[in-house]
Design a protein around this ligand. Structure first.
Ligand code: ATP
Length: 198
């Protein structure tokens, strides 16, 4: 999976629509303190489905919406669109996909994949299957290196599982277990009903 382009609008300091094209090879982003370099990394994590506002340096998720300055009013929404290349059906086939996350004040987040409304879980699974995602160790925020060194073995295991691309399997296993439990409960109810009828 390769990120090709990022479009931001109303996200943190990016009040005006901005586009970042990521060409093959190494991309560096340089700029003075406070110009928004970390905000770009946070935009990547956010569009991947980040659910913790704390890890985006905010106290609530709406803090990602441009809050206004002395010269510009606050915005009512923030939107980030990420265009990526991912392996297609088979062989060396590459398929383009666009993931969009939008948040509106008082209305929460909505996600789209290629224009289709989807759940946060669908976006998280798409990235988990490609061994990446909002919590990927490949996305290193300030202060994160110290946290990784001090991490507990269980947390390090989660990082290794994510790197190995099996994190998505855990979510699917949990879903399957919930369905199995619901089916068992239904079967028990059916048994009771059949017993009553006999
Ligand atoms: P440094 O080099 O110091 O780490 P940086 O280039 O990484 O800085 P960021 O931390 O990405 O900069 O950006 C910080 C700027 O973003 C601050 O000026 C802050 O006011 C602004 N900012 C953050 N959230 C919002 C928001 N919701 N609305 C408006 N501006 C915001």
């Amino acid at each position: 999976m390769r990120i090709r382009r990022l479009k931001l609008s109303g996200f943190k300091s990016f009040v005006d629509p901005a586009e970042l094209v990521i060409e093959p090879g190494l991309t560096g982003i340089v700029g003075p303190n406070g110009c928004g370099k970390s905000n770009l990394l946070e935009a990547i994590r956010w569009v991947m489905g980040e659910a913790s506002s704390k890890s985006l340096r905010g106290s609530g998720m709406e803090d990602v919406i441009f809050a206004g300055t002395t010269t510009r009013p606050a915005r009512d929404f923030a939107e980030v669109a990420m265009l990526l290349d991912q392996p297609g059906g088979g062989g060396d086939e590459i398929r383009e996909a666009e993931i969009v996350r939008r948040i509106e004040r008082g209305a929460g987040s909505a996600y789209r994949i290629d224009g289709r409304d989807v759940r946060q879980k669908d976006v998280a699974l798409l990235f988990a299957d490609a061994a990446t995602g909002a919590h990927s160790p490949a996305l290193v925020s300030q202060g994160r290196i110290g946290a990784i060194i001090a991490a507990k073995p269980t947390d390090r295991r989660a990082m290794l599982e994510e790197a190995a691309g099996i994190a998505g399997l855990h979510v699917r296993r949990r879903d399957a277990e919930l369905k199995l439990r619901a089916t068992e409960t239904n079967l028990e109810r059916l048994d009771t009903l059949l017993g009553d009828m006999e």
